[in-house]
Design a binder for this molecule. Structure first.
Ligand SMILES: Cc1ncc(COP(=O)(O)O)c(C=O)c1O
Length: 407
């Protein structure tokens, strides 16, 4: 194909007009996928970081040693947030996101189980676990068993106990879950794992950068991180509630040596030793260095202040929804994430009506309903959001598209 050349302004115009077809990632219409703060100072700093690190490559720590040191510092800061005490050794790795962190953690669990002679190690995860665990089972030829949920949509300890056997490699606990915002009984599940001598992975992909600040703000958070005996590994995504662009997550291990089990070494190819700490080969450090920069800029108090405003907005939303007849909050979500259901209405129709007003709520399939994750920017629009939701609950048509969407 012979591609025609264009001027810069033509190219940018084409980009802008196509970008405008998708939702505004800086706005208030999305409730997941992106996590806007509405803070121009934060966005400006991230742009400056990207300017400086646009074309670098974290692949080779011998060539770009400083990038590796930034990553290491980020891993240590993340580890301290979740009470993984500092032993001087790097306790984990940075990855491109929650899925890669989970894949690596499941691979480590598989290697641990294989080392004790299990032929086909099994992942035991709540029914509410992210699809990344099923993906790990698929990629790494592991078995996959689903823990039933209790009435509050938390993993049932009884069901987990029934599923564990000599093939089990790892028990997964959500802190907190995507579908319902439920905090699983991490301490009980980790205890089961400890008794069985297997891994316990805490999925703090959503909660990892919000629960620590909730605790600092005096909110009631049941034990969920490395303070819980039996928790062996934990994933936390910076590109969610640490507000950096996509491509930033951290996987941490309690044991200093376990991160080596996910490290890949190879030298039989004619260009010497090749090693990577996770799946990707060449990769950009910009998202991780943005996190480093935001830690420096905001400090603990800055992140805590953002969390305070977000949680105030969360409280206002929860109280407002409780006043709307016909819908209810599913279970008892701990953070800024809500699943909404109804005993009388088809909420997909309500979701369609909300879309006409510019609010893109996500669809849940079980229970059938709507789903939203609040971001800091939503603090500005909670009243309008609630007013429109109340109107749409009263006036809506049948759903246009009767399918759940992870959107
Ligand atoms: C609980 C949980 N774990 C893992 C993931 C996967 O994260 P990512 O989309 O960054 O791969 C998500 C994403 O929403 C999640 O909510």
């Amino acid at each position: 194909m012979d591609l025609a050349a264009h001027s810069v302004s033509q190219v940018l115009e084409a980009l802008d007009s196509r970008r405008a077809l998708d939702p505004d990632v800086h706005g208030t219409s999305l409730f997941g996928l992106v996590y806007p703060t509405g803070r121009s100072d934060i966005e400006a700093l991230i742009h400056d970081v990207y300017d400086r690190f646009l074309f670098t490559n974290s692949l080779n720590p011998l060539r770009f040693g400083e990038l590796t040191r930034f990553e290491r510092e980020v891993i240590f800061i993340a580890a301290s947030l979740v009470h993984r005490t500092d032993s001087g050794k790097t306790p984990g790795a940075v990855t491109s996101g929650g899925t890669e962190s989970i894949l690596m953690s499941m691979l480590v669990a598989r290697e641990r189980a294989r080392a004790r002679g299990v032929e086909r190690p099994v992942i035991v995860a709540p029914q509410s676990a992210h699809p990344a665990y099923a993906k790990a089972a698929h990629y790494f030829d592991m078995g996959y068993e689903r823990i039933e949920l209790d009435d509050n949509f938390r993993a049932s300890v009884h069901s987990a106990k029934e599923l564990i056997n000599s093939d089990t490699a790892v028990i997964v606990a959500n802190a907190y879950s995507y579908p319902h915002g439920a905090m699983d009984p991490v301490a009980d599940l980790a205890e089961l794992a400890g008794e069985a001598g297997i891994c316990c992975h805490v999925d703090a992909c959503i909660g990892g950068f919000i629960l620590p600040y909730m605790e600092m703000l005096g909110r009631d958070v049941s034990p969920w991180d490395f303070r819980v005996p039996g928790v062996t590994q934990l994933s936390m995504d910076a590109h969610k509630y640490a507000y950096v662009p996509k491509g930033a997550s951290v996987i941490l291990y309690r044991d200093d040596d376990w991160a080596w089990l996910q490290t890949f070494f190879y030298e039989k190819w004619g260009s010497g030793l090749y090693a990577t700490a996770a799946i990707a080969g060449a990769r950009s450090p910009a998202a991780i260095i943005s996190l480093w920069a935001l830690f420096e800029y905001l400090g603990t108090s800055g992140y805590r202040d953002i969390a305070r405003e977000l949680l105030d907005a969360t409280d206002r939303f929860r109280e407002g929804v409780q006043l709307i007849d016909g819908i209810h909050i599913v279970g008892d979500p701990i953070g800024p994430l809500f699943a909404l259901a109804s005993d009388t209405l088809d909420l997909y129709g309500v979701g369609d009506a909300m879309e006409k007003k510019g609010w893109f709520l996500n669809r849940n399939s079980d229970p059938k309903g709507l789903h939203l994750m609040l971001s800091p920017i939503h603090a500005r629009v909670i009243d309008q959001l609630l007013a429109d939701l109340a109107t749409c609950v009263k006036n809506h048509d049948a759903p246009i598209n009767d399918e759940a969407r992870y959107s």
